[in-house]
Each structure stands twice: as C-alpha cells, then as structure tokens.
Ligand binder design. Structure first.
Ligand code: GLP
Length: 246
C-alpha cells in the first residue's frame, strides 16, 4: 500500500480528483468504482469543477457504485442513487445508462445481488475503485466478520454504522438496517484501489489498517493483500501512524 499524506480534507479531495482525472485521460473507457459517504464529496466537487473548466469527458466512462440501502428507491433523497446524481452525475457529461448502482428497491434483493455481480463480471471488472473506510473498518458496507470470499450480498448494518450514517437522515429510525454491497472479493478484483481517509474519527481505523493483522474482523485489512492500493489520508487521520508501516 502506498500512502500519500496530505494536509487536510481539501487537499485530499484535490489530490484524489487529480488521480481520477489522470486515469480517465489515460483511458476514456475507464470502469470506475465509486463510493458514497461524506469522504468523497469534495473529490466529486473537484471532478465537476475540472469538467467545467477543462472539459474532461466521462462520455465513455462506466461507473459501478459499491452499495445501496435496501428499501430506498432512487427518488429517495437518502438513497445512494440520489446522492450520486446530485453530487456528481448530474454535473458531468456521463451517460446515466452507464452508471450502475445496486437497486435498493428490488423485489428480490438476492436476485439483485446476483445481477450486479454478473454485470461487473460481464464488464470485465473495475479498473479503479474509490473507497472510504468506516470507523469500524468497513469497506463498502462489508461490516466486520464479512468473509473475504464474499461477492455482492445483502448485509445487516452494524449499529455503529447506523449511528454514523444517521447524520444524513432526519431521524435515526429512518436509517435502513440492511444494504446491498459489493463483497470483499468483488472489491479485491478491482485492478487498482484508491482509499480516501480524512479526519480524526478515522485515526483508530487507520492505526488498525496500517499496524494490525489481516483479519475478517477488520474488513479493510484485506487491502494489504491487494497489489495496487494507494491511500490518500490527511494529517488528522494518519499523523504519527505512518512511520510504523513503512
Ligand atoms: C458508508 C459507506 C461507505 C463509506 C463509509 C464511510 O456507510 N457505505 O462506502 O466509505 O461508510 O463514510 P464517511 O465517508 O461518511 O465517513
């Protein structure tokens, strides 16, 4: 894992956007894996700014999001489909038909998991996957204990995840308790992974990632087994930890 330490959230967002733009310029047909949550919002803002100023085009890019809440349709403001449209897709020239997110309102969620996994396989997998990290080490919505062999599946959210994500909802009772998420093995099949980490509330997780063992009880630790991971982390999340891992 290569670690790039940056000053703050703003610099993380800028560097991450530059990284993605570079990949899109090298390969206009990029298959790009995307994440939600607070962490990538600034990155998406920078992508939009660059698209407006420099005309970087996403016409031939195909995107795959990591996860979606079960029970929320794309029109629901708290769905990850709505989030992605608002924060990125509506502001760049991407073809919406090329933006893929598990359907949280499918009647048969198990069937939807199979559909999503085979869709990814049919496209030949993801070139670059953007990831955030949960404070309990989750990636996508793969909570602690998820097997490293998992494919796209239904997951029951940990109470710490529900608490952490309640800030996006009016009331904690509105936070869905289940989600569809790419599995750990699905994520690990990506050719390249870019993990974004910001803020002091992620420092414990970063400590475990950098200095702990590879274990299913801390899902992000699996990234140590991937040949091409870059972490962009700000000082608040990583200072004092970095030297232990290099
Ligand atoms: C969410 C998402 C993850 C995200 C993580 C961290 O629940 N499912 O993909 O990386 O939790 O979120 P945040 O960036 O808001 O800290």
């Amino acid at each position: 894992m290569k670690i790039i330490e940056v000053k703050d959230y703003s610099e993380m967002s800028q560097k991450a956007a530059e990284y993605i733009i570079d990949k899109v310029c090298q390969n206009p047909n990029l298959k790009l894996g995307l994440a939600t949550g607070g962490t990538p919002v600034g990155t998406y803002k920078n992508l939009i700014e660059d698209h407006e100023k420099n005309g970087t085009s996403y016409q031939n890019v195909t995107t795959f999001n990591l996860d979606e809440y079960i029970g929320l349709s794309g029109e629901n403001k708290n769905s990850y489909r709505y989030f992605m449209d608002e924060k990125l897709f509506n502001h760049i020239d991407i073809n919406k038909n090329n933006t893929n997110i598990p359907r949280g309102d499918s009647k048969d969620t198990e069937e939807e998991c199979l559909r999503y996994e085979s869709l990814l396989a049919n496209y030949g997998g993801i070139d670059l996957q953007i990831l955030g990290i949960g404070s309990n080490g989750h990636i996508g919505f793969n909570e602690p204990g998820t097997t490293f062999t998992s494919q796209t599946h239904v997951i029951k959210l940990a109470s710490s995840t529900i608490n952490a994500n309640a800030r996006f909802f009016n009331r904690i009772e509105e936070v869905p308790t289940k989600a569809i998420t790419m599995g750990i093995s699905t994520i690990m099949k990506s050719k390249e992974i870019l993990l974004l980490v910001s803020g002091e509330n992620k420092k414990d997780a970063m400590g475990k990632l950098l200095n702990g063992n590879v274990t299913e009880s801390f899902p992000a630790s699996v990234l140590k087994n991937h040949p091409c991971v870059t972490i962009i982390a700000d000082k608040a999340a990583v200072s004092g930890l970095k030297s232990h891992c290099q």
